[in-house]
Design a protein around this ligand. Structure first.
Ligand SMILES: *[C@@H]1O[C@H](CO)[C@@H](O)[C@H](O)[C@H]1NC(C)=O
Ligand SMILES: *[C@@H]1O[C@H](CO)[C@@H](O)[C@H](O)[C@H]1NC(C)=O
Ligand SMILES: *[C@@H]1O[C@H](CO)[C@@H](O)[C@H](O)[C@H]1NC(C)=O
Ligand SMILES: *[C@@H]1O[C@H](CO)[C@@H](O)[C@H](O)[C@H]1NC(C)=O
Ligand SMILES: *[C@@H]1O[C@H](CO)[C@@H](O)[C@H](O)[C@H]1NC(C)=O
Ligand SMILES: *[C@@H]1O[C@H](CO)[C@@H](O)[C@H](O)[C@H]1NC(C)=O
Ligand SMILES: *[C@@H]1O[C@H](CO)[C@@H](O)[C@H](O)[C@H]1NC(C)=O
Ligand SMILES: *[C@@H]1O[C@H](CO)[C@@H](O)[C@H](O)[C@H]1NC(C)=O
Length: 533
């Protein structure tokens, strides 16, 4: 399945038709509508959680890092795509570089930027990860091309278990962030992560099959000690990101019990990171989008971390999903690259925030199916590896819109609070956001799938809002995330605007609606709406 790129002009035409059809759909809601009452507190309930400006952050596969940043000059598409997000919250997304290729990277004094060896592509994995990455000092210095104000975390190789190499990498990283070009760019290093998904080493050959969490702690300390000394890590300065486990094979609670936080390098751990995907496409398979779009699954994939979140906080540590996404091994076609996945991202990231997960780093790699955007031209389909001639220019994917919705909801204060709303529908979720104790915005996501194969009248849910704790909210403005079909891979708009443009900047006129709260509003199957009060 090849995708054609639509420039701004085509997008505008598509948009006009889209608005007309959505309008029609809303007029015909009576055909198949269910009504739900939602109670919204006008002041933040005690259960509300901090909603960080950087909730939406990104993890980038280390092998093709220079493609994201640019080498001789900055990649303007990457810059614009991230800048759209930063403008909404006033703060750029954080960037972690590492992942699987973190444990296949070595530093060399004779390499300028990087030199990678890739296995051949195939239809399941059209853009495989490099098996070997050799980097030089110039590689880390490309961080200067990110947005001013960006905070970064960089990965160091634990898989190789070579202290000299780990120290070389860490020194090169710290040197880059001390370089005048990176300092002038206002990009800073927060943390170093030693080892990616070490709980999988015993399965992927980086350690023997009987390797244990006890040995992990010993190995981690044997590298982290020399790394922290050589790179000058200290509390209040650059610190360690801990854990970065793939699953529940090793847990943060286990390594706390083994005393990792009491050791000299362990005292420098400030954040616990875990990784989560809701499935895996490593050897292909069929995934049904309609079952993936499930409120219950989003919750069960996140609540499983509650004991680790609680334990981390008890130790005074921040807790994040340092790498996450819909389906592991770069995503599943027909799921990860669709508009339905954009709705999933909204619910997933916001649900995480309500559980005390401070940030969610969505994983991105060149040509991956679950990307928010592709920063360079691609000459193979991300879906099945078939040739694309002409190549497809840089473009945003459906999940990009989720980030726009999330960051609009977060707003500019840096001190917003979030609470989940009780929506009595199995597949409609809602969240309210407060600033300075005042209700500011809410978002609703309707997961009921409206597919290309769906027939009849598109269903909708009628939402009636009632406000508790005083204050009469009488009206609101609404911006919709408009999706034609859950399985579409393009043609989304938010508030009337498309980001499917050649430079990732918004195109099209802003459209928003006035909502009379006493009448409520309809939300189509496979749609999200953001309300501002
Ligand atoms: C996007 O919209 C255009 C114009 O309406 C249409 O031709 C195209 O098939 C749509 N693409 C997808 C993937 O829905
Ligand atoms: C919603 O609340 C109104 C007013 O309290 C009530 O009349 C109505 O039955 C409720 N609807 C549902 C679906 O619970
Ligand atoms: C460890 O890394 C250093 C630096 O890259 C290299 O010279 C050395 O041979 C490596 N040691 C082993 C045992 O591979
Ligand atoms: C793990 O297996 C290796 C042989 O593959 C053995 O030498 C080693 O003693 C084992 N370690 C433990 C802790 O059982
Ligand atoms: C996670 O989500 C997937 C996909 O929706 C679902 O099949 C699975 O049951 C969920 N896993 C857990 C542990 O809840
Ligand atoms: C695609 O681009 C890569 C990198 O520029 C190049 O090596 C490869 O030959 C191209 N493949 C096709 C099918 O054009
Ligand atoms: C909605 O929720 C139900 C129950 O959790 C689930 O079986 C279904 O697949 C979900 N998705 C859609 C699109 O209705
Ligand atoms: C609500 O209505 C009032 C009076 O018509 C208007 O001044 C205000 O801008 C409206 N607010 C929103 C959020 O639409």
């Amino acid at each position: 399945m090849m995708c054609t790129h639509y420039g701004p002009a085509t997008s505008m035409l598509a948009l006009a038709g889209l608005i007309a059809s959505v309008f029609k759909a809303h007029l015909s809601w009576h055909a198949s509508v269910s009504a739900v009452n939602v109670s919204v507190s006008s002041t933040p309930p005690g259960t509300s959680q901090n909603l960080l400006s950087t909730l939406l952050s990104f993890s980038i596969e280390q092998d093709r890092w220079p493609d994201w940043t640019g080498i001789d000059r900055r990649n303007q598409f990457t810059f614009n795509a991230l800048d759209n997000y930063a403008q909404l919250t006033g703060t750029p997304s954080k960037i972690r570089v590492g992942a699987d290729s973190e444990d296949h990277t070595t530093w060399s004094p004779t390499v300028t930027i990087n030199s990678d060896s890739f296995p051949p592509p195939n239809s399941v994995t059209p853009y495989p990860e490099a098996t070997q990455i050799v980097v030089g000092d110039g590689y880390y210095q490309l961080s200067k091309f990110l947005l001013p104000g960006t905070h970064m975390t960089w990965g160091v190789n634990l898989g190789l278990d070579n202290v000299t190499n780990a120290v070389n990498m860490a020194k090169s990283i710290v040197k880059a962030f001390g370089a005048s070009a990176v300092k002038a760019a206002g990009v800073t290093l927060d943390m170093i992560e030693i080892g990616n998904e070490a709980d999988l080493y015993k399965n992927n050959g980086l350690r023997p099959s009987n390797w244990t969490v006890q040995q992990y702690v010993v190995d981690w300390e044997s590298l982290a000690g020399p790394v922290s000394e050589a790179a000058g890590l200290r509390r209040g300065g650059v610190t360690f990101q801990g854990a970065a486990f793939a699953g529940t094979g090793f847990t943060p609670r286990q390594i706390f019990d083994l005393g990792i936080l009491d050791g000299t390098p362990g005292k420098l751990i400030t954040t616990i990171s875990q990784h989560r995907y809701s499935g895996a496409f490593c050897s292909g398979g069929d995934f049904a989008l309609s079952s993936f779009m499930s409120k219950a699954s989003v919750r069960s994939n996140l609540t499983l971390w509650l004991p680790d979140i609680a334990a981390s906080k008890q130790h005074g540590l921040r807790y994040i999903l340092g790498e996450t996404g819909s389906i592991a091994c770069h995503g599943a076609p027909g799921v990860s690259n669709t508009a339905g996945a954009a709705l999933w991202v909204i619910d997933y990231a916001l649900q995480a925030a309500t559980l005390g997960i401070e940030e969610t780093f969505f994983h991105e790699g060149i040509g991956y199916k679950y990307n928010f955007f592709q920063p360079i031209s691609l000459n193979r389909s991300v879906v099945d590896g078939s040739p694309l001639d002409p190549p497809q220019p840089p473009h945003v994917m459906p999940s990009y819109y989720a980030g726009i919705v999330i960051n609009t909801l977060i707003g500019q204060t840096g001190s917003a609070k979030i609470v989940e709303l009780v929506v009595p529908d199995d597949n409609v979720s809602g969240y309210a956001v407060y600033e300075k104790n005042v209700l500011k915005r809410a978002v609703f996501v309707n997961f009921h799938a409206w597919l290309l194969s769906s027939t009849g009248t598109r269903p909708s849910v009628h939402l009636d809002l009632s406000f508790t704790s005083g204050s009469g909210v009488k009206n609101a403005t609404a911006k919709r995330l408009v999706i034609q079909h859950a399985d579409d891979t393009q043609n989304l708009t938010f508030g009337g605007q498309s980001y499917e443009t050649s430079d990732a900047r918004a195109g099209g006129k802003i459209t928003q609606e006035s909502v009379d709260i006493s009448k409520g509003l309809d939300l189509l199957a496979t749609e999200a709406v953001l309300l501002s009060f």
